[in-house]
Design a protein around this ligand. Structure first.
Ligand SMILES: NC(=O)c1ccc[n+]([C@@H]2O[C@H](COP(=O)([O-])OP(=O)(O)OC[C@H]3O[C@@H](n4cnc5c(N)ncnc54)[C@H](O)[C@@H]3O)[C@@H](O)[C@H]2O)c1
Length: 327
């Protein structure tokens, strides 16, 4: 079976962002025509630089909160990969109104426009934050707790809408609960930057990173190529039981923040030995976060044929190399 969609017309929302731009790159490589809808709120033009001149690529600068933009972008698309959202738990705690507007309001507009346009499959970025306060590890898709942040609520509500739209209107959907994704083109700057690019950039500048809490918090850090693979598999899945489901997308490996810091420091130290002497400082614990996260990837493996390409150590090596050469 093909493991990637070819020669189709697709829409990637949020394509100027970290995950969306990596997805677009591989969809273009596979011969697809790709439309990107993005409002550049957190995405960057430089993320599109590698393919903006590709004749099979079209950029629509617009907002998923604007239904007309959704309609225009989705026209003629076979598959939609919906990545556009406002990420970050702290951002959603600071401004729940905008996060809700984009992540739920924009989601429903994009989903409804996709259904109206006859899109065959709507694949969307869900989140591991949906597991909320449930203590069990590893996380299995059917067992979730109460959400711990507005962001987590928005991502769970999206799953409910996707399931309801399938029952009500018939559009097929696949939700991918990403677990702490990292890799090339992830934004290192700003108040809501993810920990890996932030640490790498700070170490490159010989600045001292702050670890929230005592560093024992653990996550299932997932390299970008694994996430791209899961999206491709979701697009080509032919087993009807695989559709209208949500899946964990992770590596299935738990790393504490302290372990993460040591590995990044060692890798960056390979480029600049002075970095090896930089000790982190410890700050207050962050609100809205779970203490530990680890995914079972059995469902994605059984129903989609998902099998992660790189583990955390290999992904970190690739990422530090990329940041070293590109920041
Ligand atoms: N990165 C992770 O670890 C992670 C984990 C779980 C879920 N997710 C989800 O994956 C998706 C992609 O995340 P990312 O890390 O690439 O984030 P990102 O911020 O790099 O990308 C999001 C993109 O969406 C665009 N966007 C935001 N609001 C928009 C709007 N109203 N209209 C049009 N475009 C808009 C942004 O400009 C940006 O290009 C998001 O839905 C996010 O919630 C990410």
């Amino acid at each position: 079976m093909e493991r990637i969609l070819r020669n189709s017309k697709v829409l990637v929302t949020g394509g100027a962002g970290f995950i969306g731009s990596n997805l677009i790159e591989s969809l273009l490589d596979a011969g697809n025509q790709v439309v990107c809808l993005d409002n550049f709120s957190t995405g960057k033009r430089e993320n599109l630089a590698g393919f903006v001149n590709n004749p099979r690529f079209t950029l629509i600068e617009g907002d998923i909160r604007n239904y007309e933009d959704c309609e225009r972008a989705v026209s003629g698309a076979d598959v939609v990969y919906h990545e556009a959202a406002l990420g970050s738990v702290p951002r959603s705690i600071k401004d729940p109104v905008t996060s809700t507007d984009v992540n739920i309001g924009g989601f429903v507009k994009m989903l409804f426009a996709s259904n109206e346009a006859g899109v065959k499959r709507f694949i969307y970025a869900a989140s591991s934050s949906t597991y909320g306060d449930h203590p069990d590890l590893p996380k299995v898709e059917e067992v979730i707790g109460s959400p711990l942040s507005p962001y987590a609520i928005t991502k769970y509500v999206d799953e409910l809408f996707a399931s309801n739209f399938n029952k009500t209107y018939g559009i097929d959907t696949v939700g991918l609960r990403y677990f702490n994704v990292f890799g090339r083109r992830q934004a290192p700057d700003g108040a809501y930057a993810a920990v890996i690019p932030k640490f790498v950039k700070m170490l490159m500048k010989h600045e001292v990173p702050v670890i929230n809490g005592d560093g024992s918090v653990s996550r299932d850090f997932t390299y970008i190529d694994n996430v791209v693979q899961a999206n491709h598999l979701a697009a080509v899945a032919t087993n009807p039981n695989a559709l209208n489901q949500v899946y964990n997308v992770a590596h299935g490996e738990r790393t504490t923040l302290n372990q993460l810091y040591s590995t990044i420091r060692e890798l960056a130290g390979g480029y600049d030995r002075e970095i090896l002497t930089i000790e982190p400082v410890y700050g207050p614990t962050r609100g809205g976060d779970i203490a530990h996260s680890l995914a079972s990837i059995k469902k994605a493996s059984d129903l989609l044929g998902y099998s992660p390409v790189l583990n955390v150590a290999q992904g970190l090596e690739e990422s530090v190399k990329w940041f070293w050469n590109n920041l």
